[in-house]
Design a protein around this ligand. Sequence first.
Ligand code: C8R
Length: 249
Amino acid sequence: LVITVLSLGLGLGLRREKHQIKPVFLSRCEKFSGNNCQKIWDAFQQAYVNQDPCKVPVEAYDPLIAAAPFKSECNRMLFWSKTKDVVHDFTEKKDCFITLEDTLLGSVLDGLTWCGKEGSSDTFTTGCPGWTDCENNPVRSFWNRASAAFAEAACGAVTVMLNGSIATPFHPASIFASIEVKKLNATRAKNLNVVLVTDEHIVANCTNPSLKDLKKELDKGIKYNCEEVPQSQIEACASNPMAPCGTCW
Ligand code: C8R
């Protein structure tokens, strides 16, 4: 019995440990040198602890963004919508582009779920509202706030990988359409290069109506360009260490 109780307790403890967000946050954060990760954690937590998890506004993360601001990486910033896997396969293999997940805050929080509760100073990772359960949930407000700050920092030629296998590659409800495009500023960003990633089933090409909307929504002065690129070509480029960034596909 003693052994059973002990191993049960240990099992539960380990399981609880697995769901703890703070050690994950800190260890991912420490990979970026020159930061005070405890201070960044504190700024993160204050956004949502002790609050109704459906009432966390995007501004709640302002102190977090201030604690770990985005650097402008001219000509290297890459946005995406519905192309996460191909984009990160590419950025992992080749040092050409910076996505939000390559920054401290993006990499620390990628794939995580968190929320608080009124009357508690804890962080929870289960029982949190889903993306569409309520608009002002802690995870959605974070990505909205971080995406806005990341897009505001964009300069020079900006690239976005969109999905040519869906009917509306530039979807109004996406973060790219609803937040990032609106934050691209012509005094900083000079070009928007759309890479429409296609597979055997091309559903949308560069003449897609949603892309006309994208072009129209751009701040005047930002030059628009669109190219259709097969996913296989992007993968081949990612796997070729000799291929230069500019003329990779
Ligand atoms: N961005 C948004 N959402 C992000 C994200 C990110 O960097 N990183 C993660 N893990 N997520 P989508 P979109 C999660 O619909 O809406 C930035 C969020 O939990 O394919 O246009 C990034 O800079 C969210 O549920 O794309 C990029 O340019 C989905 O992934 C756009 O916004 C959003 O995936 C992508 O947002």
